[in-house]
Write a protein that binds this ligand. Structure first.
Ligand code: GRF
Length: 193
C-alpha cells in the first residue's frame, strides 16, 4: 500500500511510520510527504530518507486550506499512486475536494482520547480539565475538526507535577506506537475489500 503523509511540524509520527515500513512491520511504503510549511522538519526527515516531498502552496492563507491547494494536493497524491493519506501533525482542516478524492482513505492522529479535547493543544486542555488520563486517537477524517470514526486509541496517565510539555511528550510516545498499529489495521481492512 502506498502512503501519502501530510504534516506541518517535526514529523516524529512520520518517522515512526517510516521506521515501521523499514522494519517490515507496516505493509506499506511512503510515496510522498507534503507540507504547507516549507520550513517544517518533516520535509527534512523525508528527504534524508530519500522520500519524495512537495510543498503545498497556501501562501496568503494563515490557517485556511484553500480549495485550489486541496485540489493540487489531491492531484499530487494521485500522481504518486497514494492509496491512503495519513495526516501527522497537519495543521489545516481537510475538506472537499481532497476528501472527495480519497473517500474513507484519509486518517489523522490526535493527541487526546476523542471525542474529548478536539482542536489545538489537546494535552493542555486535558491538563486544565484535571482528568486522570488522556491519550491519543487515530480516526478517519470526515471534514470536521477531529471528528470521524475512531480506528484506535491508547491512553496515558496524567501524573502529578505534569507540565504541558511533559504530558505532550508522554502522549507523543503513545502516538508513535498507535499510528503504525492503526495503519496496519486500515491496510488489513482495505485488503479484505
Ligand atoms: C502530534 O502530537 C499530533 O497528534 C498533533 O501534532 C503533533 C505532531 O507531532 N496533531 P509530529 O510532527 O508528528 O512530531
Amino acid at each position: 500500500m502506498r502512503l501519502g503523509i501530510l504534516g506541518s511540524g517535526s514529523g516524529s509520527n512520520m518517522q515512526a511510520i517510516l521506521d515501521g515500513v523499514a522494519d517490515g512491520s507496516i505493509p506499506a511504503e511512503i510515496a510522498l510527504v507534503m507540507s504547507e510549511n516549507p520550513e517544517a522538519y518533516i520535509l527534512e526527515r523525508a528527504k534524508k530518507a530519500g522520500i519524495p516531498t512537495a510543498v503545498i502552496d497556501c501562501r496568503g492563507f494563515k490557517s485556511k486550506f484553500p480549495e485550489e491547494a486541496q485540489a493540487e494536493t489531491a492531484a499530487a497524491l494521485k500522481a504518486a499512486g497514494v492509496e491512503l493519506v495519513c495526516l501527522a501533525g497537519f495543521m489545516r482542516l481537510v475538506r472537499t475536494p481532497l476528501l472527495k478524492a480519497f473517500p474513507d482513505r484519509i486518517i489523522n492522529i490526535h493527541p487526546a482520547l476523542l471525542p474529548a479535547f478536539p482542536g489545538l493543544q489537546a494535552w493542555k486542555q486535558a491538563l486544565d480539565a484535571g482528568v486522570p488520563e488522556t491519550g491519543c486517537t487515530v480516526h478517519y477524517v470526515d471534514g470536521g475538526m477531529d471528528t470521524g470514526p475512531v480506528i484506535l486509541q491508547n491512553s496515558v496517565p496524567v501524573l502529578p507535577g505534569d507540565t504541558p510539555e511533559s504530558l505532550h511528550a508522554r502522549i507523543l510516545e503513545a502516538e508513535h506506537r498507535t499510528y503504525p498499529e492503526a495503519i496496519r489495521m486500515v491496510a488489513a481492512r482495505l485488503a479484505d475489500k
